[in-house]
Design a protein around this ligand. Structure first.
Ligand SMILES: NC(=O)C1=CN([C@@H]2O[C@H](COP(=O)(O)OP(=O)(O)OC[C@H]3O[C@@H](n4cnc5c(N)ncnc54)[C@H](OP(=O)(O)O)[C@@H]3O)[C@@H](O)[C@H]2O)[C@@H](O)CC1
Ligand SMILES: Nc1ncnc2c1ncn2[C@@H]1O[C@H](COP(=O)(O)OP(=O)(O)O)[C@@H](O)[C@H]1O
Ligand SMILES: [K+]
Length: 496
């Protein structure tokens, strides 16, 4: 019953390959379907012991096959079971046909279903094989169930939800529970899919690890398995300079708070030193509100070049509160040889000329991290943002490759993507993270990790996770000031 692959996401296309290899390796595919169906029946009995009727909606493929196995098991357990089929179940093929043959109850057409008080709907219409928009007979039922209080338990995925993108086609069942098999699919964690699945249970149906790992690919869930080993380690030999120097650019006197939030978060994330590079006009404001953070006047490109003669200045955050325009563009391009988190106004400044930014960071190791929310993403990548055929993972991956940068495409389902195609979907962020200044804190954490030498992809992924972890520790009602103060470096003993 346990989730053997908590860090893995398997696309529906890869799942089909897992399925094929399992069959080629001699595994009994009908045995796998029976385990899947039994898991669904067990979940129905466990979560809905008070159900008056178990209503199983079966589709034309193997998802429907799981439904027939579950229906048979629920009847065996003494449940009141009704089965409704989309299309003629006599047309089912392969294992689904076997499952239908092994079910000895009545099967009614899908259109005949009328919801009643006490129903539990088991949605086994479509899973990984959904290949086009739902037919009206199914969207009609989705519309009817949306009006009433009938719980839905989804098999593999709520029908209508695209397992690759997390998008409904064009609608999907709203499930309370989803029982899926082997590992989660991107659609379980990307929005709005995550919300449509309810609580997701991953059931191990016995496919060997070597087959799953062969097809697991380079998209996963953002957890410590992907980056913990790459984070900085302290030792007796550490001193502040070995822990790295982060520079955060401050905005003008009336817009300094965002940079201070980033700077504090960078220090908390473990940077040995943090300097606020401030316009002269804002130095007094910054000095009066910082203690451990140092202040340096950097007014223009010449003073920045002067600052950059110190090669220990390795990592930078540019954007929070900085102001949009030529100065931000010139500063970002001057930093092209260093490690840079470009956030907020820094991103928006390149709306008219994104290629100039991408070209500047094109060669050598990946050292640019872009942290756009949805609006900022659309400014840099309008074509990708407007392409409805792409899910958030595909958009972030395409953007990362184009920009030669690590992309942190923010939201409740933040996606971190690298130019080489690796991508992680974050799933530990609580909704109270959506508060003014929270993005500034994130930029600072990532900058703090970059300053310590962590590679850009791992710094970004760990930063997103630590940001969410700090918010979870604090609980609802946090402010960005609380959040910046609560940031902690990763600690294996307490964070695992
Ligand atoms: N992987 C594993 O190891 C295991 C997988 N298992 C289970 O198998 C499920 C995947 O099975 P699957 O591949 O048969 O796909 P499924 O979701 O049943 O749909 C395909 C059918 O629907 C049809 N169809 C598609 N879209 C449609 C639409 N909009 N409107 C109308 N029709 C549409 C499509 O028709 P076609 O496109 O071929 O014309 C085809 O007939 C998976 O979710 C899990 O539950 C378990 O048994 C455990 C082992
Ligand atoms: N509903 C949500 N649930 C969890 N995290 C969220 C949600 N909405 C936003 N976030 C996170 O909050 C942060 C907001 O950053 P951003 O949009 O830049 O805001 P700001 O500019 O106010 O700092 C991002 O890390 C984002 O991923
Ligand atoms: K389903």
């Amino acid at each position: 019953m346990t989730d053997k692959f908590p860090s893995v996401l398997i696309s529906p296309a890869s799942m089909a390959k897992v399925d094929r290899d399992a069959a080629l390796s001699g595994l009994d595919s009908y045995g796998l379907m029976r385990r899947a169906g039994f898991a669904v029946a067990a979940a129905a009995l466990r979560h809905y012991p008070e159900a008056v009727r178990f209503v199983v909606l079966c589709g034309p493929g193997n998802n429907g096959g799981d439904g027939f196995v579950a229906a048979a098991a629920l009847r065996e357990a003494g449940g009141n079971v009704r089965v409704f089929s989309l299309g003629d179940p006599g047309q089912l093929r392969g294992d689904a046909a076997k499952a239908f043959a092994d079910f000895d109850g009545a099967v009614e057409p899908l259109e005949a279903y009328r919801q009643e008080q006490g129903d539990l709907v088991i949605d086994a219409l479509f899973g990984a094989g959904l290949s086009r928009d739902l037919p009206p007979s199914v969207t009609d039922i989705i519309d009817r169930l949306a009006e009433v209080d009938v719980p839905v338990l989804a098999v593999d995925l709520p029908s209508g939800l695209d397992g690759a993108t997390g998008k409904p086609r064009p609608k999907a069942f709203q499930a309370q529970h989803t029982v899926t098999f082997v590992a989660r699919k991107p659609g379980h964690v990307l929005l709005p899919g995550r919300g449509l699945c309810g609580e997701v249970e991953v059931f191990d149906i016995g496919i060997p690890r070597r087959i799953v790992e062969r097809h697991a690919g380079i998209v996963g869930i953002n957890d410590l398995a992907h980056w913990a080993a790459m984070l900085p380690r302290l030792s007796d030999a550490s001193h502040k300079f070995t822990r790295g120097h982060l520079t955060v650019f401050s905005g003008k006197a009336s817009a300094t708070g965002a940079a201070r939030l980033s700077g504090l978060a960078g220090l908390k994330a473990g940077a040995g030193l943090v300097t606020l590079a401030s316009p002269g006009s804002a130095v007094l404001v910054n000095v009066s509100q910082t203690t451990a953070i140092m202040i340096r006047t950097v007014d223009d490109i010449d003073s920045l070049q002067d600052y950059l003669t110190d090669k220990r200045m390795g990592a930078f955050v540019l954007g929070p509160g900085f102001g949009i325009g030529e100065k931000a563009r010139a500063f970002a391009l001057a930093l092209a040889e260093r490690r840079l988190v470009l956030d907020a106004d820094g991103i928006s400044s390149f709306k008219e000329a994104p290629e100039s930014l991408f070209d500047a960071f094109a060669s050598g190791e990946t050292r640019l991290v872009l942290t756009p929310h949805e609006g900022e993403f659309a400014r840099l990548f309008p074509d990708l943002a407007g392409d409805d055929s792409l899910g958030k993972v595909e958009k972030a991956r395409a953007a990362a490759t184009r920009a030669h940068a690590v992309l942190v495409y923010k939201g409740a389902d933040t996606v971190i993507a690298a130019p080489d195609g690796r991508a992680l979907v974050n799933a530990n962020a609580p909704p109270w993270l959506a508060t003014a200044g929270s993005g500034d804190v994130l930029a600072g954490i990532i900058g703090g990790l970059l300053a310590q030498g962590t590679a850009a992809f791992e710094a970004a992924a760990a930063g997103v996770w630590l940001h969410a972890k700090a918010a979870t520790r604090l609980g609802p009602g946090l402010t960005a000031e609380d959040l910046a103060s609560a940031v902690q470096p990763f600690q294996a003993e307490t964070d695992c």
